[in-house]
Design a protein around this ligand. Sequence first.
Ligand SMILES: Nc1ncnc2c1ncn2[C@@H]1O[C@H](COP(=O)(O)OP(=O)(O)OP(=O)(O)O)[C@@H](O)[C@H]1O
Length: 238
Amino acid sequence: MILLDQVSKLYSGNARPALNSVSLEILKGEFVFLVGASGSGKSSFLRLVLKEENPSKGRIHVLGQDLGRLTSRKVPYFRRNLGVVFQDFRLLPQKTVFANVAFSLQVIGKSKGFIQEAVPDVLRMVGLAGKASRLPHELSGGEQQRVAIARAIVNRPAILLADEPTGNLDPSTSAGIMTLLERISTSGTTVIMATHDAGIVDQMQRRVIELVSGQVVRDEREGGYQTQGITLTKGFPE
Ligand SMILES: Nc1ncnc2c1ncn2[C@@H]1O[C@H](COP(=O)(O)OP(=O)(O)OP(=O)(O)O)[C@@H](O)[C@H]1O
């Protein structure tokens, strides 16, 4: 489904690569947490999978396609298979909930009839059936993130990439978002989520890929936020 072979990414002007010789495979339907300190390369990883960036070295295959061979004309079609959710929601502020979700179908040429069915369906799935005519500023943060998730999955993507989707949410709202992402993954969508939220990762016990300075230092089938055995020093020395 997603295959990285010795992938490095060096941004111009940087001395050190953002990703350094990363090789891994992610299978259909997997739920993967991408963890690591700020600047460890998580967002770069997601951008490479989306082909928003190209690797400096190595090869990336996504859904059977060699991204290095994908012409720029074909990139928009490739991206239809991927949904993306960000920490800051990125909703269109002047458009209603319905219109925000519908917009992502309009731009790929879906018919009015399809949109009239698909949007209410997905809003029901994310628990926003009664809020279709609200504007984003009339929603809570958790509801806004649900709209963003609805928009990302309405076209039934094979892969959902989420970059710190709970970063702006309180713990109980985050838990609701995680239940939703888990449900999406159970339906067969591969979910890759970059996060700093230790509580969520520890609780879910899913695959964890940890990056340090662009290198994979841990890839556990059912892991927590931190490598087992590392104990945190609590508080500050007197
Ligand atoms: N467009 C860019 N141009 C130059 N350097 C970049 C660019 N994007 C990221 N970097 C650098 O690459 C490294 C990895 O950044 P990246 O955003 O992938 O990390 P991250 O793990 O997602 O961090 P965070 O948790 O803070 O979002 C950092 O050193 C960053 O400064």
